[in-house]
Design a protein around this ligand. Sequence first.
Ligand SMILES: Cc1cc2nc3c(=O)[nH]c(=O)nc-3n(C[C@H](O)[C@H](O)[C@H](O)COP(=O)(O)OP(=O)(O)OC[C@H]3O[C@@H](n4cnc5c(N)ncnc54)[C@H](O)[C@@H]3O)c2cc1C
Length: 393
Amino acid sequence: MVVRFSKSPNHEIAKSRNVLVLYNIEVPPESSVAEVEEPSKAAPSSARRIPHWLSRLRSYAILDPLIFFYTLILGSASLAASFADPTGAKQHAIAYVSGFNAADPAQVSVQWLVHGRAAEEEIQGDRAFHISGGYQTFLDLLTDDLASRQVPIHLNTKVQRVRWNTGQVEIGVVSGKSEATFSAPRAVITFPLGVLQSAAQEAGINFDPQLPAEKLRALEKLAMGKVVRVTLCFRRRIWEDITAQEKTLAGMSFLFSDDKLFPTWWTQMPDPVPMITGWAPAASAENLRGMSEGRIVQKAIETLSSLLGLEQSLVQSELVGAYFHDWDLDPFSQGAYSYVKAGGEGCQRTLGAPVDSTLFFAGEATDVSGHNGTVHGAIASGKRAAQEILALR
Ligand SMILES: Cc1cc2nc3c(=O)[nH]c(=O)nc-3n(C[C@H](O)[C@H](O)[C@H](O)COP(=O)(O)OP(=O)(O)OC[C@H]3O[C@@H](n4cnc5c(N)ncnc54)[C@H](O)[C@@H]3O)c2cc1C
């Protein structure tokens, strides 16, 4: 079962008046999603104010009809009803922005979302891909390439200080109990946005001198989304035999709900392994704040049991392991991935611009092609920074 956004309005909900109207609109400048006006049945003209990507959200319902109806059967009535409600676009938008971008709908820029959706359309962003063998396969490619060029990699080495002036950079690091300094005429800075924001507030890495004022202003207009993730590993695929609409959930890829803690779940399909991941983005991650890891795992088990309609004791008895991560609390990321706040368009370019031909910047938050918050966006930004340095020769 392939989960993807539909490009064609081939479902009766997608054929409704609002969806078609919503494709022809202008994007209100400097708006957050929460500020965008909701279209109404009575006043179709107001629908013109909704950006076209909001209409795509309706395709949630056609992602996978089985899961959609399953959600309905399980009692997520408000979510299911909102799919059928032609005026529910804003609610979908808020759910989508929270779930996919892990962003605060009251802050996220609509312009940025539109830019991102357009970029995704160009690269089949409506399809879900897994790297066979996981991301380690990709990391192995990069490390092998660096090894073949005799480029050393220093793992478990924390940068504490970046001292720089034109044509000279000194990076002060600590590794275990030993400290060291690396010097070079230029450096590419690839700290995550959250780490750079701490540095700007003089709470983390010490930049000496501090980053230029325009970069500090850009950092204020960007934000890190919040995500908590729990992966549950079972003896068997406990959802496999559950039936809805005369089909089983054996091929289930995603499970969407309106649960306040873990609204989204996904399996490893097409690999039929007994593992399922619960995703707590944005406000859901906030709702888990302050709970211990054990309590959060317990909440994940409770949610999954309830969504699948299974006894909690059965789910618990089949569990062999649980893995948890909160990216917001991780000092090396300080958030999951970046988004642009309303009015912050263009800030990624400012953040990514070189300083004095000495400091160069890469990382997903500096991507300007519409792919920030992604691995491919991060890679593209690294290539861009490398080209900037090569162009100095
Ligand atoms: C839960 C989750 C799910 C995601 N899912 C997807 C997905 O399905 N598809 C997709 O394309 N993208 C996904 N992303 C986004 C993707 O992972 C990021 O956009 C990408 O990894 C960013 O790469 P980066 O190099 O900019 O930053 P990072 O990968 O964060 O690399 C920055 C590095 O800097 C290191 N660092 C931080 N501080 C210091 C310090 N003081 N000293 C030394 N090193 C330091 C960190 O340890 C880290 O290794 C996901 C992200 C998260 C959190």
